[in-house]
Ligand binder design. Structure first.
Ligand SMILES: Nc1nc2c(ncn2[C@@H]2O[C@H](COP(=O)(O)OP(=O)(O)OP(=O)(O)O)[C@@H](O)[C@H]2O)c(=O)[nH]1
Ligand SMILES: [Mg+2]
Ligand SMILES: [Zn+2]
Length: 337
């Protein structure tokens, strides 16, 4: 990557269609990408995303983005409308704060998903169970235990943003210059937490409609904010669909319990179905492994395989299209000549 000494370095704080808001020192500036960057892009990941460090030059009253600096991590999910394509969510994240509310939102299988996409993006997941004010102590204890058993290596915090419970413990782990991304369903309290951390109202938060058990999509865009302690936060809107991509390390780390057990299965390619000598099924029988974990693993594994197949298919089509284009260009040249 050629670094031009005259270029200005900034960090993408917001994106709206072709326009970017980029943080440079203390100011926020409008920016657009060069035509070159646009035309050479072959996938969504080639465009700047919130959290990206970019190299820019000044042009009139805005900036032109020339390069995206190499990313240290990238949070991605499956693109919702185009099979086989991944959709970047945010770049250069150190920690993803995966938030669930302990009332109606609580769901271990959904946590598997968030944990998988975090690991797939080289991001450390931390789980936040919010709204602990809404359940009794015993109920909360059960849920904390279930999460800790499911993810023995991941930190879990129980908090109540509204009642300011557990927030000091959370604040204590925040580091200067690290970037944290808030992810989780709509209405779990992501923006409320950020507001609390900012100690001032900043992002709009909405009331959850009780009658429909649905959160309003109050956060409509991803946005990067810097706390006074120097920690960087990226707030995201709750996503309804969160398909895992085929980054193998994601599932391997999220389901490390299964992978570790599988090393002792008799057959190297054991599907943990009906094969003899299956250590995974034995662990379930012995009550050492939650049956639902295997079920969830299978589901996400199938999803990742399907994604992989669509991606290969898409590549093939793109290549065919590329060849066709080249051929017609050559034909044109011959005709001219
Ligand atoms: N009871 C209770 N309510 C909370 C708590 N934290 C947040 N809420 C409420 O939950 C609702 C949704 O909060 P938001 O912060 O907007 O949720 P969000 O995760 O940002 O939602 P999206 O932006 O739609 O993804 C608001 O009415 C908050 O007041 C909590 O600890 N306890
Ligand atoms: Mg929000
Ligand atoms: Zn097995």
């Amino acid at each position: 990557m050629n670094s031009n000494p005259n270029h200005i370095i900034g960090r993408v704080a917001r994106q709206h269609k072709d326009r970017y808001a980029v943080l440079v020192d203390d100011g926020i500036f409008d920016a657009e990408i060069t035509g070159n960057l646009r035309f050479s892009a072959s996938s969504k990941a080639d465009f700047p995303v919130v959290g990206d460090w970019v190299e820019m030059s000044e042009f009139d009253d805005f900036y032109i983005i020339h390069h995206i600096r190499p990313r240290t991590s990238l949070l991605q999910r499956q693109a919702v409308q185009s099979a086989g394509e991944s959709q970047p969510i945010a770049a250069n994240i150190d920690v993803s704060f995966i938030m669930q509310a302990v009332d109606r939102d609580f769901n271990l299988n959904r946590l598997d998903r968030y944990v998988s996409i975090s690991f797939a993006g080289d991001i450390e997941p931390v789980i936040l169970l919010n709204k602990m004010d809404l359940v009794d102590a015993e109920n909360l204890q059960q849920k904390m235990l279930a999460v800790q058993q499911r993810f023995p290596t991941i930190s879990v915090f129980s908090i109540s943003v509204n009642q300011s419970l557990g927030l000091e413990e959370l604040r204590a782990i925040l580091e200067k210059d690290k970037t944290y991304c808030l992810i989780g369903s709509s209405g779990v309290g992501k923006s409320s937490l950020l507001n609390q951390l900012l100690e001032e109202a900043h992002m709009p938060t909405g009331e959850v409609s009780e009658s429909h058990n649905k959160g309003k999509h109050t956060t409509t865009h991803r946005e990067l904010t810097v706390l006074t302690n120097g920690s960087v936060f990226i707030d995201t809107p709750g996503m309804r669909e969160l398909g895992v991509i085929d980054e193998a390390t994601g599932l391997e780390q999220a389901f490390s319990q299964i992978y570790e057990l599988a090393e002792n299965c008799r057959f190297g390619d054991c599907q943990h179905d009906n094969e003899p000598g299956c250590a995974v099924r034995q662990a379930i029988k012995d009550g050492e492994l939650d049956r639902s974990l295997l079920k969830s693993f299978r589901k996400l594994n199938r999803e990742a395989e399907k994604f992989s197949a669509s991606k290969a298919e898409k590549r093939k089509n793109d290549r065919a299209l590329g060849k066709y284009y080249k051929k017609t260009q050559e034909a044109k040249r011959r005709m001219k000549g």
